[in-house]
Design a binder for this molecule. Structure first.
Ligand code: UT7
Length: 326
């Protein structure tokens, strides 16, 4: 065994806006029904940020809870990575806005844009700092106001998404280089830009100057999701040196209950090990994994020392998986 620096999750937190939007509420906006949404997606309700709440506000609330859980204060934070596809402004990065609002000292702050895979990508990027001793206390945040990207006449997308944020604190700890170490143990990140048309937003600064709306060929994304995610899960498990069925908890991106179950079945993970929050949160893009992780930690299921498998897929297409010991 050789001693290695590991990026260890020392605190988890999340935040959901107060306003609940039920399937029944949406059936007054578009031609849909509670039954269709529940049967096809598992979603029962989602949260919607107040008009004066930006992604950074959700991020600050989640980060404050994560810092408290870690026993840290904003003064300790030297790195902030925000995964978001719905930034407050074109620039500065939402991470820099979070830094200002939290009152963190001068450090490193930037955003990662990998849509729904953003949190897994951001963990990997932050590991490059923390795991090399270049950050002593990092905040990795997924924060989204996806409802702002909806076309409220498109029933195929507007019922699927919600707003929220989740955050983790990462700190370096010396491990012995085995899979018993706490910390981020393995990753597999993927992107296939050739599949852009399956899921994208039809607006942007340098194209048409619009914010745009989310466009998705849902059933095609669904097909890609199960196959591609399964490959990335096996690759991340290989990278970590663990067997997929040895994980204690599977904490997937929360897009659709049928995808969660399909992936778990395909990679041989017991259904009882799947943390699912899609019914209450819907798809909160980069925020969905840390929101689900925090739900599991706060209700006592997910405990320190346990082996976790995270995975996500989203626009790009991007996808990826991460193995960590909490
Ligand atoms: O986080 C990024 C990754 N995104 C995803 O993972 C999403 C992946 N895709 C999905 O979750 C599913 O494909 C959906 C939930 C989006 C759709 O479910 P589906 O079983 O693939 O349905 P479909 O798109 O094939 O549509 C089936 C029918 C269509 O009607 P026709 O053409 O059969 O008459 C749709 O028009 O369902 C209709 N439909 C709806 N009906 C009532 C689509 N949306 C709705 C709706 N309410 N909200």
């Amino acid at each position: 065994m050789t001693s290695v620096l590991r990026s260890v999750v020392t605190g988890v937190g999340s935040y959901l806006p107060d306003r609940v939007v039920t399937n029944a509420d949406l059936s007054k906006v578009v031609d849909t029904s509670d039954q269709w949404i529940r049967e096809r997606t598992g979603i029962q309700e989602r949260r919607k940020a107040a008009p004066d709440q930006a992604a950074s506000d959700l991020a600050v609330a989640a980060a404050t809870r994560a810092l408290a859980a870690a026993g840290r204060t904003p003064a300790d934070v030297d790195l902030i990575v925000v995964a978001t596809t719905t930034p407050d402004l074109t620039f500065p990065a939402t991470a820099a806005i979070v830094q200002r609002k939290l009152g963190c000292p001068v450090g490193v702050a930037f955003d990662v844009q990998a849509v729904c895979s953003g949190f897994v990508y951001a963990l990997s990027v932050a590991d490059g700092f923390v795991g090399r001793g270049r950050s002593k206390c990092a905040l990795v945040i997924g924060a989204e106001t996806m409802t702002r990207l909806m076309d409220w006449t498109d029933r195929g997308t507007c019922v699927l998404f919600g707003d929220g944020a989740g955050a983790v604190v990462l700190e370096p700890r010396v491990g012995e280089g085995s899979t018993a170490d706490r910390g981020l143990l393995g990753f597999a990140l993927r992107a296939d830009g050739a599949k852009q048309d399956l899921l994208y937003v039809d607006g942007g600064v340098s194209s048409n100057g619009q914010i745009g709306h989310l466009r998705m060929q849902g059933n095609q994304v669904f097909r890609h999701a199960v196959v591609n995610i399964s490959e990335a899960i096996h690759a991340a498990a290989d990278d970590a040196g663990i067997a997929v069925d040895s994980v204690d908890w599977f904490i997937p991106h929360q897009a659709n209950q049928r995808i969660l179950e399909g992936v778990a079945r395909r990679v041989g993970i017991d259904e009882a090990k799947v943390i699912s929050t899609v019914a209450q949160h819907a798809n909160t893009s980069a925020a969905s994994i840390p929101l689900a992780l925090d739900a599991g930690v706060r209700d006592g299921r997910v405990k320190p020392g346990q082996l976790l498998l995270l995975e996500a897929m989203g626009g790009g297409l991007t996808w990826g998986a991460c193995v960590l010991r909490l």
